[in-house]
Design a protein around this ligand. Structure first.
Ligand SMILES: [Zn+2]
Length: 287
């Protein structure tokens, strides 16, 4: 073997990530860590993406990356076979054939200090961000504040603005083609709660935290009613900015964290927008 010893192994990278985003913090349904590949292989080039798609795999091949790190795991349920049939199975086969490893850091990164929701809070220029829901566990030692884990984040805008202006701000920062929301466009927004991805179950916590607006994704019709008072007026704005749009920030977060710790590896953020969802705006594309 004549592998470059300046390069870390996949195992080294996984171990470092897991000191930040502990696997024990992942939700019980989740499947985090090395999904495909040999942990002993070294890595010189790696690609970071929210999801693994055929386009991301092609991009990894093009850049001769031997590792792909995704937020969303490819493998959730056990595979009975690894064949060219089926979206998940064929991607797993193509990874193995190409000698490209896949590592996923999902709900354990959502829960980590400085994780997904904190990156989202920073992207929206929120100050003094703290967890929306702190995990019930031993209080961190004062010299180890980074051992606290939780989900979502709540912080404050530097200056209050109307909900109308805030919606514009969110759409611009998240590059969202549209936003679904409940709220009064003239209401004042200063305290903002966020949760990247499907966070509508935290709506009561966002209300309790005194948020003027809660930015998350995958909000179903009936969940929007949860923010209305007895007269049907919104107590807080609830904004569904899209799953991909609220989590794409994860790619940059991982790239920054990994570049700092493993400077000999070329960490590339995917150029692929992996969301399968498009927004149709009537009148824009006149045929
Ligand atoms: Zn997600």
């Amino acid at each position: 073997m004549t592998e470059n010893t300046n390069h870390p192994t996949i195992g080294d990278i996984g171990k470092a990530l897991e000191t930040w985003a502990r696997p024990g913090w992942a939700q019980s349904y989740d499947n985090v860590g090395l999904q495909v590949g040999d942990a002993r292989r070294t890595v010189g080039r790696a690609l970071i993406a929210l999801d693994l798609t055929p386009a991301v795999l092609d991009e990894a091949k093009q850049h001769e990356a031997t590792l792909i790190i995704t937020h969303h795991p490819l493998l959730f349920t056990p595979l009975r076979s690894v064949t060219a049939d089926g979206f998940v199975s064929s991607l797993a086969l193509r990874l193995a054939e190409a000698g490209i490893a896949l590592y996923s850091i999902h709900t354990n990164l959502d829960a980590a200090p400085g994780g997904v929701s904190f990156a989202l809070a920073e992207l929206l220029s929120l100050h003094d961000a703290r967890f929306l829901d702190v995990f019930d566990e031993a209080a961190p030692a004062p010299d180890q504040p980074d051992t606290q884990a939780g989900l979502g984040a709540v912080g404050r805008l530097a200056a209050p603005m109307t909900l109308r202006a805030f919606l514009q701000h969110v759409a611009e920062r998240l590059q969202a083609g549209s936003l679904r929301y409940t709220g009064d466009p003239e209401a004042v927004v200063e305290t903002v709660a966020v949760c990247g991805g499907s966070g509508s179950s935290f709506t009561p916590l966002a209300l309790k935290a005194g948020a003027d607006a809660y930015v998350t994704a995958d909000v179903t019709y009936h969940k929007f009613f949860d923010v209305l008072d007895l007269e049907g007026r919104p107590r807080m704005a609830l904004i569904d900015a899209g799953h991909y749009e609220t989590e794409a920030v994860t790619e940059g977060l991982l790239q920054q964290w990994l570049s700092h710790r493993f400077p000999t590896v070329e960490w590339r953020r995917t150029a692929t927008r992996t969301s399968p969802i498009e927004t149709f705006v009537p009148g824009e594309d006149s045929v």
